[in-house]
Design a protein around this ligand. Sequence first.
Ligand SMILES: Cc1cc2nc3c(=O)[nH]c(=O)nc-3n(C[C@H](O)[C@H](O)[C@H](O)COP(=O)(O)OP(=O)(O)OC[C@H]3O[C@@H](n4cnc5c(N)ncnc54)[C@H](O)[C@@H]3O)c2cc1C
Length: 362
Amino acid sequence: MIMNAMTRNVIIVGAGPAGLGQALALKRAGIPDVLILDARGIGASFRAWPQETRLLTPSFPSQAYGCPDLNSVFPEASPADRFVCEHISGPQYADWLNQEARRAGLDVACPVHVKAVDREDGLFELDTDQGMFRCRVLVWATGEFFFPSRHEYPGAELCVHYADVKSWRDCEGDQLLVIGGAESGIDAACNLIALGKKVTVLDRGGAWMEEQGDPSLVLSPHTRTRFRAALDSGRLRMVPDVSVVRVGDHGDGFRVYGQDGQSFACDGPPISCIGFVGGASQIRDLWAWRNGQVLLTPEDESTLTPGLFLAGPQVRQPGEIFCFIYKFRTRFDIVCHAISQRLRENESVPHLESFASHASGV
Ligand SMILES: Cc1cc2nc3c(=O)[nH]c(=O)nc-3n(C[C@H](O)[C@H](O)[C@H](O)COP(=O)(O)OP(=O)(O)OC[C@H]3O[C@@H](n4cnc5c(N)ncnc54)[C@H](O)[C@@H]3O)c2cc1C
């Protein structure tokens, strides 16, 4: 039975690493009455990954020396300690998140699907499939994976999106096209090459050509290593500067058309790796947007809706993309501090002195 009648100080929607890590930071800062809601369960997006996908950021148990594991949002714990593996699978990571959330005593209610959010008299009202929840401050940590980008061009519905693949073994055809040449596109290509397929990757730019830079913009070292091996197979072709305008089904196969009249054939549905619109789109009207990105204050609060914060890979600050765990966890203390101020305005928490520097420990 989920207790939803009372008004909570803080509700966090999403029990992935962003929501859990933010909740832990709030707990350590002494902010009482924080509830996490999730439609599917702790770490659900990692369980939904294709079976072959591994975390590309390595895990290493370095936390005892003041250097938390890159994949940790529980700074004293490392998934590598439990699995003795650098690149763990999605289900392993989800198991680890469950274990650590329990150990930390976080208050998680699931399954609770938040269908809509309203703001009335300074309170957020969350309309869910388990009734109405209310809170003073809302943290939106709904991730990206369950919100793929699907409708970019006519015929997109003929493609299989990365987020729909259960295992690369299920992909039909021997000569395949992957649309998108960033992390997920190269991951798809490497897995298909390992299965003996011929693969052509189309990309409107050519992210794989940049050797160095921010891993949010160029391939991560782990992916680059796998990519080189896939190229060595002789079955992987990379085609830059193709903006896909249409996909067609021709009965005996599919054809993908580019902007200059070029076209590319494949004998199974094209694999779409064009990214994600992200979960912030679920409450689109509560944010201001520019070029598909949510506009935030320097404390990751909505510029339109006071008391609403964004956590996770959709967070952007000028010149910064926080799409990895080791990146977005650096925001937890900043958000924590801003939330305590909001609650103080509401007189919901006692005055807390300078907790923020050690609230999250990361
Ligand atoms: C294939 C792939 C590989 C990746 N590999 C790495 C990696 O190696 N290292 C790394 O740092 N990052 C990696 N990332 C990025 C990674 O997904 C994110 O860093 C991480 O999942 C984001 O965590 P999150 O908590 O924001 O979102 P999620 O883990 O997606 O959690 C969001 C949660 O919100 C819930 N939810 C959504 N909407 C609602 C709603 N309306 N009501 C209730 N609950 C809701 C979902 O059920 C879900 O459990 C990868 C991403 C992908 C897609």
